[in-house]
Design a protein around this ligand. Sequence first.
Ligand code: DUC
Ligand code: ZN
Ligand code: ZN
Length: 470
Amino acid sequence: MSTTLIQNGRIITAVDDYIADILLDDGIIKMIGLKLEVGPEVKRVDATGLLVLPGGVDPHVHLENVVGQSVTCDTFASGTRGAAFGGTTTVIDFALQTAVDGPLQAIARAQSLAESQVGVDYALHTIITRVDAQVLADMRHAQRHEGVSSFKMFMAYPGIMMADDAAIFKALRQVGADGGMVALHAENGTVIDLLIEEALAAGNTAPRYHALTRPALMEAEAVHRGIKLAELAEAPVYFVHVSSKGALKSIVEARDAGIPVFGETCPHYLLFDDSVYENEEFSVAQFVMTPPLRKAEDQQALWRALRFDDLQVIATDHCPFCMREGHLGYRQQKSRGKDDFSQIPNGAPGIETRTSSLYDLGVVQGRISLNRFVALIATTPAKLFGLFPKKGTIAVGSDADVVLFDPNEHYTVRAEHLHGNCDYTLLEGKTLQGRVKKVFLRGELIVDGDLWLGKAGGGRYVPRGNVQAF
Ligand code: DUC
Ligand code: ZN
Ligand code: ZN
């Protein structure tokens, strides 16, 4: 194991901001102090002028996940490599319960796929599509013995992923009592499916109709319902990919009333609005994600929520599908929906651009403080999902997951320079201020400028504890 002294960097955590040295040894942060003295054998890294950030924690990524009829184009290897270049050292992916198996088999399957490939540390949520006594028992086992303390459920996609209200209530009641968290995809699935059917029957098949058939009002309705179910179950609840003002209204009201409701938004909802859908072209398919992009006023509401802690996390919902048929051998990804928008796999890439894009949009543009930035991308996701203080902060004894970040460097994002498998980025040609320069995973340097020094299988599974919400 390497021993490294990072000297003279500006250490930023969710609460601190100071210049000091950090000694990384034995995979953890051994010491933090002023002008630390070490022997000549210790590697030194001069971080003068750089921010020293905790490795990012991205609690919402889809690597090698089956979504609809497609599989996301990033493997655990390519996706975690991209994550590392983007300053993320822990990802939480999804283990999907299928029609024929349960949560425990899903977890084992995901782990066996991931193990030899991951380049950063990872944990798993389980996606629960069916709830019965055996599934509930397996969920309890997963929470106690497998380190899986969160379970995603869908209020959308009837007949495929959707769980009904009673199933969600049962899961909330047990998971909450056990100290875990249910994460909800909140959209009214049956109404949305009706709108999709009507759009297709009217000949409206272009990608833009994806957005027109998933109205913000149906997100707001489902968030409201999800909160009421959680309130009755006396359980905390987490909303993934919150995109709209109406959804936020219920979250704010609930939090004001003391109900433990939490949520994330994603960089794409802050970077883009629904004007991208004002065109019949197939290129719009790159913006086919769920929920779709919303209006400028929704963006304002999201920033307000991020500033005032009504939303606590920025996750990527990295769910990449190639636009070009045959890119790296991937077929029938976005192109599956050439003649029918409902067949376009829902999702967009973002794992590698989260830190820079949020630093530029949030910190440089004066919307959030540096401390809040770290809280949103590292500390709070680590706390909510039971990884803190091993992950998500810079403190003596924490894993030595450290990012050196140049707050002044400008660079232009190009898909060809990114490190995942996807053939596009939503940020193509955008110039950002702030760039990841070096990344340490448990003390090992895995990214050095443009160099990938990590290795497939160098990441580890991190079993999680209970939700730390308060
Ligand atoms: N929800 C997600 O969280 N990711 C991809 C697709 C979806 O509906
Ligand atoms: Zn979702
Ligand atoms: Zn997702």
